[in-house]
Design a protein. Structure first.
Length: 410
C-alpha cells in the first residue's frame, strides 16, 4: 500500500521469499501467509491500511497474517492490542530478516541470498529503483522522518547491480525514487550526478526517470547532466508544496514565487521539451484566502504540465500539529478550486497537441485497448494515452494524437 518506495520494499521482500522457495498465489484463499505492507503517512492512509488488514482476517486461521511497513513503526503496541489475530508485526527495515523469520527451516539458506533480485510488480516496460530511505528534512507537515528515520543512501554498486539485472531481462525504463532523490549520496561522499552516469552506462538501459527533486537541490551540475544525457528523461517531479513565503517558512521549507518562477524558466530554457510535474498543498495551518489566491495565481502563471494536489492532514508529532488549523470545509473547497484551475491548463495543452506525432510506450492492453504514455508521462501519477490496435506491452510506437473531448487524448 502507499507510495512507490513502499512498492519497491514489497518487491524486495517478495524476491527474498521466492529465493527461499516460497510461491506466490493469485488468491488469498489459497495462501499460507498473507502479508500486508502498509502506509502510515497520513490518517486516511492509516485507516485504509486498517481496513485492508481487517478484511484479511476472514482468511484466518488457514493463513497466517503478517503486517509490515510504515503504520507499524509508531503504532505497534496499539495495533497489536487491537488486532491480536495478526501473527507478526514488522516495521520498515530489514525485510531480509522478515523473510528469514517466515521461512522457518529455510532461514539458514536465505542468509546466503541477501542479494536476491526483487520480484517486479510492474509491467515489463518499467521498474522502480529505490535509491535511498528516510529523510533528513523536518518539514512541519511530514511524518516520514518519524517513521523512516534519517536519510540513508544505497551504495552505488548495489543500485547499479539491480539495474543491470533488470536491464538484462529487457526492462527499458528505470524510475529512481526516494523521499528526495536530489539528496542522494550525502552520506556516501557521492551525488546523484555520479549515480546517473553509472546507471546510464549500463547496457540495455534506455530511460532513467527522476521522482521527487527538491527545488533548492536542482543544481546547475544536475540540470546540465539531465539535459545532456540522452538516457535521462526530460521530466522533473518537484514538490514545491506552495509558493507563499510565509507558508513555506511555516512548512520549514524555502522559496517564493520569484525564485520558483526563475527555476522553472531556467529548466525550460535548458530543456525546451521538459515535462514539469509538481505537488502542492492547500489548507496548511493559518493559510489565508489571500495566500491561497497567490498559489492560484502562481499556477496560472507558470502553467506546470501536471500537478498533484493534497489537502493538509494534521499529524501528531509534526511541528504543524499545534498551529491554528484551517477548517476542513475550507480545505475541501480550496482543493476543488486548484484542481479545476490545473485541469483547465491541462485541457488547453492537450487540445493544442491534437494532430501531433509522438512516441509512446505500451504499459498494458485490456480488451484491445492499449494504455500508453509518452516519455513525458510517468506511470500511475500522470495522464495516459489510449491507443486502439494490436500493441505489445513494453514496446514503443509512433502515434498521432487525436482529441476525445474535454482535453482527453487517444
Amino acid at each position: 500500500m502507499g507510495c512507490d518506495k513502499n512498492r519497491a520494499d514489497s518487491e524486495q521482500l517478495a524476491g527474498y521469499l521466492k529465493a527461499a522457495g516460497c510461491q506466490m498465489v493469485a488468491d488469498d484463499a489459497d495462501a499460507d501467509i498473507i502479508i500486508v505492507n502498509t502506509c502510515g503517512f497520513i490518517n486516511a492512509a492509516r485507516q485504509e491500511s486498517i481496513d485492508v488488514i481487517t478484511d484479511k482476517l476472514r482468511y484466518l486461521p488457514r493463513a497466517e497474517l503478517v503486517v509490515c511497513g510504515c503504520i507499524v513503526e509508531n503504532n505497534r503496541a496499539e495495533l497489536a492490542a487491537g488486532l491480536p489475530e495478526v501473527a507478526i508485526w514488522w516495521g520498515t527495515k530489514n525485510y531480509h530478516g522478515l523473510a528469514q523469520l517466515l521461512c522457518g527451516e529455510s532461514a539458514t539458506e536465505i542468509v546466503t541470498i541477501a542479494g536476491a533480485p526483487k520480484l517486479l510488480s510492474t509491467p515489463p516496460s518499467y521498474a522502480y529503483i529505490k535509491i535511498a530511505d528516510g529523510c533528513n528534512r523536518r518539514c512541519a507537515f511530514c511524518t516520514i522522518p518519524l517513521i523512516r528515520g534519517n536519510y540513508v543512501s544505497r551504495p552505488v554498486a548495489d543500485i547499479v547491480a539491480e539495474v543491470r539485472h533488470f536491464a538484462t531481462l529487457g526492462v527499458p525504463e528505470f524510475i529512481l525514487v526516494a523521499q528526495d532523490v536530489t539528496l542522494y549520496g550525502v552520506d556516501l561522499k557521492t551525488n546523484l550526478v555520479q549515480l546517473l552516469r553509472a546507471i546510464t552506462a549500463v547496457d540495455g538501459v534506455k530511460r532513467v526517470r527522476l521522482h521527487y527533486c527538491y527545488p533548492e537541490l536542482l543544481t546547475d551540475e544536475l540540470l546540465n547532466e539531465i539535459a545532456g544525457n540522452d538516457k535521462i528523461v526530460k521530466y522533473l517531479d518537484i514538490p514545491f508544496q506552495h509558493c507563499n513565503p510565509r507558508i513555506l517558512r511555516l512548512m520549514h521549507r524555502h522559496g517564493d514565487p520569484v525564485s520558483y518562477t526563475a527555476l522553472i524558466q531556467k529548466i525550460r530554457n535548458l530543456m525546451p521539451t521538459v515535462t514539469l510535474r509538481a505537488t502542492m498543498m492547500v489548507g496548511f495551518p493559518t493559510e489565508t484566502d489571500v495566500e491561497f489566491a497567490e498559489l492560484v495565481a502562481f499556477l496560472k502563471a507558470v502553467k506546470l504540465d501536471y500537478v498533484g494536489f493534497f489537502a493538509y492532514s494534521r499529524e501528531k508529532g509534526t511541528a504543524a500539529y499545534a498551529l491554528p488549523q484551517v477548517p476542513a470545509k475550507v480545505k475541501r473547497q480550496r482543493l476543488r478550486t486548484v484542481t479545476a484551475v490545473q485541469q483547465q491548463i491541462l485541457d488547453a495543452r492537450q487540445v493544442a497537441r491534437c494532430g501531433e506525432r509522438v512516441r509512446v510506450v505500451c504499459d498494458a492492453v485490456v480488451d484491445g485497448i492499449a494504455r500508453c504514455r509518452t516519455f513525458g508521462q510517468s506511470p500511475d501519477v500522470d495522464p495516459c494515452i489510449f491507443v486502439t490496435g494490436d500493441l505489445v506491452i513494453g514496446q514503443e510506437y509512433d502515434i498521432v494524437l487525436i482529441g476525445a473531448g474535454n482535453g482527453k487524448l487517444i
